[in-house]
Write a protein that binds this ligand. Structure first.
Ligand code: AMP
Ligand code: GLY
Length: 438
C-alpha cells in the first residue's frame, strides 16, 4: 500500500512509525513531515492548505491511503476535495468530511449534536454577538468558575475558565469584541465540571467504531499541574482509573451514540474520533470532540497498539471495524515532552539539539515534534520539540526509562518540572526549558 500522511508534528512521527511497521506498507510519504518522520518514509514538501497539489500528488504517486494528522485540513474540507476527484475513487481516506470535522471545528455544533443524541456533557448556552446581554445574564444560571468557549478553532486558546463573574463578563465582551477573530463571534457558556480528564480514541467507519488504547495527557506547564495550558506536556497509557466498567459506559453512552448520530445525519465520517472526557461521580461526560488523534497521546497510543495499522485502514474502508480485534501491549507507555524555554509563551527557534540522533534506544522511542534540519544539523523548530516515550511494567518504570532517554540525549538540562497526578500517584513529566545550547 502506498500511503500519504499529512502533518509534521510528534503525532505524525508516531503515526509514521506505526504505519511503516506494517508489512503491507509499500511506500510512506509524509507531508511536510519532520526530521523524525524522514526515518520512517519520504518527506514531501506539500502545503496542507493546497488541496489541489495534494490530490495531484496522490494521482501521480498512486497513493492508496491518505491519513490526515491535524484538524485544520479536515475542517477546511480536504476529505471532501479528495472524494470529489474522479481519478481517486479508490483512495482510502482516514479523516472525516468537513461536516464531520465540525464536531471539533464548532463547539456550538458539537454541543447541539450531543444534546440531540443525549450524550452526557455539561449544560450549556450558545450566544452570538447580538446576544451579548443575554449571555451575561445566562452566567447567573451557573455557579463559579465560569467556562467560556469561543465557538471556532482558536489554536487551543479559546477556552477560558474564570473564577469571578466580573472576569467572565469581561471575557464575553472581549470574545465578541474580536479577541479570537471570527472564532469568537459565537460563544458557548457551560457548566464547570469537576472531575478527572482522560482521552478515548476511536476509529470509525461511519457505522461501527473500535476503541484504541485509552490515554491521559497532562496539559499544564508547571509543577504540580499548575500554570498555563500547553498543547500537552506528557501522556500515559493505560490510565489506571479507567477500568472496564467506566470504559463500557464510555462505549455505550458516548462512542456508540456519537457514531449512530453521525450515521443518522448521513455524515461522511471515516477516521479517528477523539473524545476528550471527564469522569464525574463515576460517570463519563464529554468535554470536547476532536476529529483527529491527540498530541501527545498518539505518542503513547500508537506504541501500545499491536493491531496492524493498515489492516485497520482496510477494515475501515470495508466498513467492518466491528470485526477487528484491537490488541494492545499490556505494558504502560509514557511520554515526556521536551519543550523550548518560554513555551507556551514566546520561545526561540533554531537552537541546535546536541546528540539527539533520531534512533530510539531499548524500551524507548524518540518522536520528533518541533525539529528541523538546518545545514544538516538538528535544531529546535517549535514549542514542543521532542517526545520521549518509554515502556514499563508500571508508570514509575516507564517514567524512569523516559528520563534515562532524556539523559542519553545529552541535551543540556536547564530546568526540570513535574506535572500532574494520576490515580493518587504523582506522574512526573519532565520538561526541558531553554533548549539547548546557547
Ligand atoms: P476544550 O478545548 O473544550 O477541550 O477545553 C480545554 C480544557 O478546558 C479541557 O481540557 C478542560 O480541562 C477544560 N474544560 C473545558 N470545558 C470544561 C468544563 N465544562 N468543565 C471543566 N473544565 C473544562
Ligand atoms: N492533547 C490534546 C489534543 O491533542 O488536543
Amino acid at each position: 500500500m502506498k500511503v500519504l500522511l499529512l502533518g509534521g508534528g510528534g503525532r505524525e512521527h508516531a503515526l509514521a512509525w506505526k504505519i511503516t511497521s506494517s508489512p503491507s506498507c509499500e511506500q510512506l510519504y509524509i507531508a511536510p513531515g519532520n526530521p523524525g518522520t524522514a526515518s520512517c518514509g519520504q518527506n514531501i514538501d506539500l502545503n496542507l492548505h493546497d488541496f489541489t497539489s495534494i490530490s495531484a500528488f496522490c494521482r501521480a504517486s498512486g497513493i492508496d491511503l491518505v491519513v490526515v494528522g491535524p484538524e485544520e485540513p479536515l475542517v477546511l474540507g480536504i476529505t471532501d476535495h479528495l472524494r470529489k476527484d474522479p481519478y481517486l475513487t479508490d483512495l482510502i481516506i482516514c479523516g472525516p468530511s468537513a461536516e464531520g470535522a465540525r464536531l471539533e471545528g464548532s463547539k456550538a455544533y458539537a454541543k447541539s449534536f450531543m444534546a440531540e443524541w443525549d450524550i452526557p456533557t455539561a449544560r450549556y448556552g450558545e450566544f452570538n454577538r447580538e446576544q451579548e446581554e443575554d449571555a451575561i445574564q445566562f452566567l447567573d444560571t451557573f455557579s463559579p468558575p465560569y467556562v467560556i468557549k469561543a465557538d471556532g478553532l482558536a489554536a487551543g486558546k479559546g477556552v477560558l475558565i474564570l473564577s469571578t463573574k466580573e472576569e467572565a463578563v469581561a471575557a464575553i465582551r472581549n470574545m465578541f469584541g474580536g479577541e479570537f477573530g471570527p472564532a469568537g463571534h459565537t460563544i458557548v457558556l457551560e457548566e464547570f465540571l469537576d472531575g478527572i480528564e482522560f482521552s478515548v480514541f476511536a476509529l470509525t467507519d461511519g457505522q461501527h467504531a473500535c476503541i484504541l488504547p485509552v490515554a491521559k495527557d497532562y496539559k499544564r506547564i508547571g509543577n504540580g499541574d499548575t500554570g498555563p495550558n500547553t498543547g500537552g506536556m506528557g501522556a500515559v497509557s493505560p490510565v489506571p482509573f479507567v477500568d472496564d466498567i467506566l470504559l463500557q459506559k464510555v462505549r455505550e453512552k458516548i462512542v456508540e451514540p456519537t457514531v449512530c448520530g453521525l450515521a443518522a445525519r448521513q455524515i461522511d465520517y471515516t477516521g479517528f474520533l477523539f473524545f476528550g472526557l471527564i469522569r464525574v461521580n463515576d460517570e463519563p461526560m464529554v468535554i470536547e470532540y476532536n476529529c483527529r488523534m491527540g498530541d501527545p497521546e498518539t505518542e503513547v497510543v500508537m506504541p501500545r497498539l499491536q493491531t496492524d495499522f493498515l489492516e485497520l485502514m482496510i477494515a475501515m474502508n470495508q466498513k467492518r471495524l466491528d470485526k477487528v480485534e484491537i490488541k494492545s501491549d499490556p505494558r504502560t507507555a509514557l511520554t515526556v515532552m521536551l519543550v523550548s524555554g518560554g513555551y507556551p509563551g514566546t520561545y526561540p527557534k533554531g537552537l541546535p539539539i546536541e546528540g539527539a540522533s533520531t534512533k530510539s534506544k531499548g524500551e524507548t522511542l524518540l518522536f520528533h515534534a518541533g525539529t528541523r534540519l538546518s545545514k544538516n544539523e538538528l535544531v529546535t523548530h517549535g514549542g514542543r520539540v521532542l517526545a520521549c516515550t518509554a515502556f514499563g511494567a508500571n508508570i514509575t518504570e516507564a517514567r524512569n526509562r523516559s528520563y534515562a532517554l532524556i539523559r542519553w540525549l545529552s541535551v543540556r538540562i536547564l530546568d526540570w518540572t513535574c506535572n500532574g497526578t494520576i490515580a493518587g500517584q504523582r506522574a512526573y513529566f519532565w520538561r526541558k526549558v531553554g533548549s539547548i545550547r546557547s
